[in-house]
Design a protein around this ligand. Structure first.
Ligand code: SF4
Length: 458
């Protein structure tokens, strides 16, 4: 299993670990396969030297400038390969036994050149071994992935649907463990990672909402949760075996029906794994942060709270899926403050560069968040094929996003209105910094939001 490189203008390790591929590794192992894992984005590779690591286990990736793809030649920014040097990845691969198959995952649609480079290296080291490509990009754009990355097969959608059939088809090995099994599970094979700085935790998959800008439902149409007891056991075990103190929660909808899910997890974790620091790069639903939930978050040790507000524009949430509202956002922040969370701990995602969004609107969004005593986190909008907002993005796009996924890159603000540009965002971010400097405690790189989640991460 290989987690590919990211080719981009910027990428930060804000608790980014390939949890999906590590969960697939668990499933394969349970089914009788022997998974081996290579992480091209490994920030802890011993041959790459140390990277800067923040107080809460987040940090940076290694990077090296590379030539821009021709489509991006007009963009005056350095383009890099993020991750481990290719010659080191090649050496790591060559030191492994010849595999039956190579499974490559994928994330952002505009990171496909890194996927292509990874597949090509896999083929060079292990000629003749079938390469199967899955993950977010492969699911959102299977045709493009098949044509431009050259795998033997593209697995589109959740792995449990097509992985074993595809492995059987391409290897002839009918190893499926429990043939009736339809659920992927949740526990990542952490032992395959070189360094475990924190626990990447998934307590649920999917989301019951359908926001117009989000790909969550395209990745998994169901909303499935694990038992609170299993989650608490996983946290206890990670604290014991890896001595981790930090937890990065990757759920899209952790607080939905909190009475039966989040609250028992938080209360159990506070009792049985005290002293953990939780971080929510994928954002929490403001509408679910009642006083009781806020209290439970505080008691469990939440350190970095992120809320997906996205926009305060009139009717935005009514039009895009009803995730939250200004009133519920205000109430959430008040509840968090009432139990002791500081301004610097409460980051609020605001999407910028949305189709038809004006500078005035963004300034208003920022003002509202600052006035409530939280920190605005500007997240550049990346158009995602197949979402309901895609057609608006096509209408306002400044680049041919239909033809070339490289133009989905949020750094380019591909669907933004005139005047919403890099300079405007630079000025706005420095205004936010000045307004919140005393309150901000953590590293505040611009980050990248996940393509599956409007609520999101690095
Ligand atoms: S943006 Fe968040 S709430 Fe909306 S569909 Fe995506 S994961 Fe669910």
């Amino acid at each position: 299993l290989i987690n590919p490189w990211a080719h981009d203008f910027a990428a930060f390790d804000l608790w980014a670990r390939p949890i999906g591929v590590l969960i697939i590794a668990s499933l394969l192992r349970e089914s009788g396969w022997e998974p081996m894992f290579v992480n091209c984005l490994d920030p802890d590779h011993p041959e790459m030297g140390p990277v800067k690591v923040g107080a809460n286990a987040q940090g940076r990736f290694h990077r090296a400038p590379i030539q821009k793809p021709a489509a991006l030649s007009g963009i005056a920014r350095t383009f890099c390969r993020y991750g481990v040097a290719p010659e080191i990845v090649k050496k790591d691969l060559a030191s492994m036994p010849r595999p039956c198959a190579i499974l490559v995952t994928s994330f952002m649609t505009y990171w496909y050149p890194g996927v292509r480079e990874t597949i090509s290296l896999g083929r060079e080291v292990f000629p003749g071994v079938p390469v199967l490509l899955g993950g977010v990009y492969a699911s959102l754009m299977p045709g493009h992935a098949a044509e431009h990355c050259g795998p033997d097969a593209v697995i589109s959608g959740p792995a449990e649907i097509g992985l074993f059939e595809s492995l059987f088809e391409h290897t002839g090995l009918d190893i499926r463990g429990d043939h009736g099994r339809r659920n992927l599970g949740f526990s990542p094979a952490l032992d395959l990672m070189r360094g475990v700085r924190f626990l990447p935790l998934l307590t649920s998959r999917g989301c019951p909402l359908r926001c117009a800008y989000c790909a969550s439902a395209r990745m998994l149409s169901r909303f499935v949760r694990r038992s609170p007891e299993a989650v608490i056991r996983e946290i206890e075990s990670a604290a014991l075996h890896y001595r981790v103190r930090d937890i990065a929660l990757y759920d899209d909808a952790f607080l939905v029906d909190s009475e039966n899910h989040a609250l028992p997890i938080l209360e159990g974790a506070a009792e049985r794994a005290p002293g953990m620091r939780w971080h929510t790069p994928n954002g929490l639903h403001a509408s679910a942060i009642t006083h009781r939930v806020a209290h439970a978050l505080k008691k469990a040790g939440f350190e970095t709270i992120r809320i997906g507000l996205e926009s305060t524009s009139d009717g935005f949430h009514e039009r895009t899926g009803g995730k939250t509202s200004l009133a519920t956002f205000r109430s959430a922040v008040q509840n968090l403050k009432a139990v002791g969370f500081s301004t610097g701990q409460i980051g609020v995602y605001l999407m910028v560069g949305l189709p038809d969004q004006t500078r005035d609107q963004i300034e208003q969004d920022v003002e509202i968040v600052l006035r409530e005593g939280a920190v605005p986190k500007l997240a550049e909008y990346s158009p995602i094929p197949g979402t309901s907002m895609w057609s608006s993005a096509l209408r306002t796009a400044r680049f041919p996003i239909q033809q070339e996924p490289l133009f989905h890159n949020c750094t380019l603000l591909p669907a933004a209105s005139e005047g919403v540009d890099a300079e405007f965002l630079r000025v706005t971010r420095s205004r936010i910094r000045a307004a919140t400097e005393a309150a901000c405690v953590a590293y505040t790189g611009p980050g990248k939001r996940s393509v599956t989640d409007g609520c999101v991460r690095s």
